[in-house]
Design a protein around this ligand. Structure first.
Ligand code: AG3
Length: 300
């Protein structure tokens, strides 16, 4: 288990001995830890779900021991999964969110008046139920968004059954490729994603980190498969304090639109959306990759 109960050992710590810590291993010898109070735990048919409270990060929850969302930094992830694609194709009307049971991705999508429908398919109702109760910051959207249709089910089946060209934007807000998220990292799934996108369609998918070996391996596999199917397949990064190495990536894939050449910065700005992380400069900068990341992708 990832929860560790231990004495604070570093420096002249103000943390009293015996406090409870949540720890996530980034490598067998590297662990990120947050002092915590347990809030709720549930073992669903799909995964272990744990909610905690930490003074600095607020409420946070983990799936199978991996941090998913914290109150403090979720704005970064949710800005970055939604806004870049919306600034590339301002005509996006029909959106499909796969996963994202906390509601943060749906919340950001719902801010666009031009969006006509938001379909969302989440495999685990327990994530939604617990987020509604403990994380209204992200989950309140479920109770107030009339354009949103929530399906509890398997995203892989959902896309397999969806009609050709049915969506302008797919947001794959998945966990890591272990457990219920696994199918969302397969070539068959990406193939269906391609098929159900309109000609100006864009797919954004959670594509891991590029620093620790396990994350690198998963990033490489995902990127290779997406690039084999989509003519445009790029990676963009963002600073995520509670994910491994503090830096994380999304894949941007499309049938032709390019995230930089087709960036409609002025049109996006005119919408007047207030964002705490995303802006036009961040949009451009996020697609610039460090050499070691290019190396991971075989593009060095
Ligand atoms: N989705 C999971 C991001 C990856 C987390 N992985 C990790 N910590 N190893 C977050 C859901 C936000 N809506």
């Amino acid at each position: 288990m990832n929860v560790i109960d231990e004495h604070a050992q570093y420096g002249a710590s103000s943390i009293p001995a015996g406090d409870l810590w949540f720890g996530e291993y980034y490598a067998p010898d590297v662990r990120f830890a947050l002092q915590c109070q347990p809030v709720a735990q549930e073992r669903s048919p799909y995964q272990q779900i744990d909610f905690y409270r930490n003074p600095t990060f607020g409420i946070f929850f983990t799936l199978n021991g991996y941090v998913q969302v914290t109150s403090k930094d979720e704005f970064i992830y949710h800005d970055m999964i939604v806004h870049p694609a919306m600034a590339v194709n301002p005509d996006i009307r029909r959106v499909l969110i796969i996963g994202g049971g906390d509601g943060g991705t749906a919340r950001e999508v719902s801010r666009y008046p031009g969006i006509e429908k938001i379909d969302m398919v989440e495999i685990d109702e327990a994530v939604i139920r617990l987020c509604r109760r403990f994380l209204p910051q992200t989950a309140a959207v479920f109770d107030r968004e009339p354009r949103l249709t929530l399906t509890i089910g398997d995203g892989v089946d959902f896309v397999a059954k969806a009609a050709d060209g049915a969506y302008d934007l797919l947001l794959v807000d998945s966990t890591d490729p272990v457990g219920p998220g696994e199918g969302l990292f397969t070539a068959a799934f990406y193939q269906d994603c391609y098929r159900i996108l309109s000609p100006k369609g864009i797919m954004i998918n959670q594509q891991e980190g590029a620093f620790y070996p396990q994350d690198i391996w998963e990033m490489q596999r995902a990127h290779k498969k997406v690039s084999a199917i989509f003519p445009v397949s790029k990676l963009y990064g963002f600073n995520m304090p509670t994910y491994a190495s503090g830096y994380w990536y999304f894949g941007f894939a499309s049938k032709g639109l390019d995230p930089l050449q087709d960036h409609h910065a002025d049109q996006w700005r005119r919408l007047g959306l207030k964002t705490k992380y995303y802006n036009a400069d961040i949009h451009r900068a996020s697609f610039a990759l460090p050499n070691y990341v290019l190396d991971v992708l075989g593009q060095a």
